[in-house]
Design a protein around this ligand. Structure first.
Ligand code: NAX
Length: 328
């Protein structure tokens, strides 16, 4: 039998945690033959609720679960972790300025980065889901100097999946017929979903759809503002779709992208496509053997350039702001 993989989930008592943990435990994150040891990190006030979720996990009798620990101490929670899903974050509340939001999240992601640096396994892979995800990932990464920066990623897979869904409806095709979708930039309203490099049944998606009005006035804003539309409709923010995207992100990272396809992940920039080095920005990436690589050589026209620059500009501002606050 295989040695269990240790998966640490923060914010385990939250709504994404509730949708995520059962899928990890059933084998959908790492594979149907990979046993998992779950470490749930919560704040002290939410430990009891996390225990409730753990009781339900017990009651599922998942054969792959080799243990569940519930912790309110980051150092213990990340000890030996192979995969870390950082879901818990401080949400923006009414009247909160951006600086306050970044500072509150710095108070979470700085110690978590330090704890990962101190105790995580050598092969640690980190996915930050909690918002502002890109900059929270940057904060954690900058406090883990002994861990390769490439191991810190942030989630734009939900945006990627939303873009696939919208394009499939427009084109009247299955999402399975679409390849090479890209989300560029920040996981925020400035993100840029790019169909100029996407393909529908092997043909260029933008040319196939051939509707610039739809692209500008419908597709891009619908994808970028989908989170708000879900809140409006459901009375609560996206949880199951966010959890599903987190599963997809790690599954693709570990198992690789299909030949001829790529995915979207927010990863540390090496300067590709003019994105300043060190920013954690979404790119088209391929994965193989547990490593990601930014897809090179795509032609970026003026329309795409302006949108990528706007989103990356926002990321630079966030980086400047957390630098000023002494968080990185
Ligand atoms: P919830 O408020 O339901 O749950 C968050 C949980 O995190 C709570 O149980 C809270 O006690 C816990 N928490 C807070 N501080 C913590 C800490 N220091 N250590 C451990 N746990 C801590 O929020 P939920 O709906 O689950 O969303 C979680 C995060 O995901 C939010 O920041 C949200 O904005 C973000 N999202 C990111 C998405 C993405 O695509 N990157 C999409 C979905 C989601 O909006």
């Amino acid at each position: 039998t295989r040695t269990p993989v240790t998966v640490t989930v923060t914010g385990a008592a939250g709504q994404i945690g509730y949708a995520l943990l059962f899928r990890i435990a059933s084998g959908q994150l790492l594979g149907a033959d990979v046993p998992v040891r779950l470490r749930l990190l919560e704040i002290p006030q939410a430990v009891k609720a996390a225990e409730g979720t753990a009781m339900e996990l017990d009651d599922c009798a998942f054969p792959l679960v080799s243990g569940i620990d519930i912790l309110d101490d980051a150092v213990k929670a990340f000890e030996g972790a192979n995969v870390a899903l950082l879901v818990g974050a401080r949400p923006r509340t009414k009247g909160m300025e951006r600086g306050d939001l970044l500072e509150a999240n710095g108070g979470i992601f700085k110690p978590q980065g330090e704890a990962i640096n101190a105790g995580a396994a050598d092969d640690i892979k980190v996915l930050v889901v909690g918002n502002p995800a890109n900059t929270n990932a940057l904060i954690a990464q900058s406090h883990a100097p002994d861990v390769p920066a490439s191991r810190f990623t942030a989630m734009t897979r939900l945006d990627h999946n939303r873009a696939l869904a919208q394009l499939s409806k427009k084109a009247g095709v299955s999402v399975a017929d679409i390849r090479r979708m890209t989300i560029w930039g920040n996981h925020s309203a400035t993100q840029y979903p790019d169909i100029f490099h996407a393909e529908i049944a092997g043909k260029n998606a933008a040319e196939t759809v051939n509707d610039q009005g739809w692209l500008e006035n419908d597709f891009i804003p619908t994808v970028a503002k989908r989170g708000a539309a879900i809140i409006e409709a459901r009375g609560a923010s996206s949880a199951a779709s966010a959890a599903s995207a987190a599963i997809d992100h790690v599954h693709t990272w570990v198992n690789g992208t299909a030949d001829g396809d790529w995915t979207s992940m927010a990863v540390v920039s090496d300067g590709s496509y003019g994105v300043p080095e060190g920013l954690i920005s979404s790119f088209p990436v391929t994965t193989a053997n547990g490593e990601w690589e930014i897809v090179q050589g795509l032609e970026i026209d003026a329309f795409s350039r302006a949108r990528i620059d706007a989103s990356v500009g926002e990321l630079s501002e966030e980086r400047d702001a957390v630098r000023k606050l002494g968080l990185i």
